[in-house]
Design a protein around this ligand. Sequence first.
Ligand code: URA
Length: 241
Amino acid sequence: MTEERLQKVIAEAGVASRRHAEEMIAQGRVTVNGEIVTTMGVKVDSNAAVTVDGVPLTREQKQYFLLYKPRGVITAVTDNKGRKTVTDFFDDVHERLYPVGRLDYDTSGLLIMTNDGEFANLMMHPKFNIDKHYVAKVQGIPSSMDLQPLRAGITIEGRRLAKAKTQVLSRDNTKKTAIVELVIHQGLNHQVKKMLKAVGFPVIKLSRTAFGSLTLNGLQPGDYRRLSHKEVNELKEQAGA
Ligand code: URA
């Protein structure tokens, strides 16, 4: 069972900002399991009955999903150009989910969706080391040596990138294309496309095939499934939490 500070619980229920929630607590307007609580920093578990001004809080359960994002879908909650968004796949889920990180409009693959902001930050923060696997179809046929700069860590737009793992999975000598796998843990904008272009192999098609220990096994583009507690905890561990 997860425990959280009372002011955070109130803020997350959308009743007030965390600061305002602290004022409400100090003013004796908040009860936990029927008792008025005025001390700050009290922790409450996820089953506690909390009221503010006599009104029970409805607490959103934390939800975690894995979506196989198809190409041609925008990684956003809404889109002012009317394009399909990743939240459109979750019509039957009541909680407001948002994406953890971003995949480009024309990139397919594994995207986590959640309403847990802390978890999302943990997954996205550069200091945490979650490996992301990408498979790209590229123009040209790179040798292992061609990809060496990516393994050593290249500088793009004045920024030195972390070392990547690279592997050429297959080659099409007739079409002069290849399938390349890259494993990186950063999540900069268009990072994989920029990296492969920088070594002379522009990306034709891109997919994220794994995020930490999660894979797309058994899913088709547009499918989603809930993550188990075990999977969520494993991701937290991989992030170093
Ligand atoms: N790198 C890219 O270039 N695009 C993505 O969508 C994800 C990683």
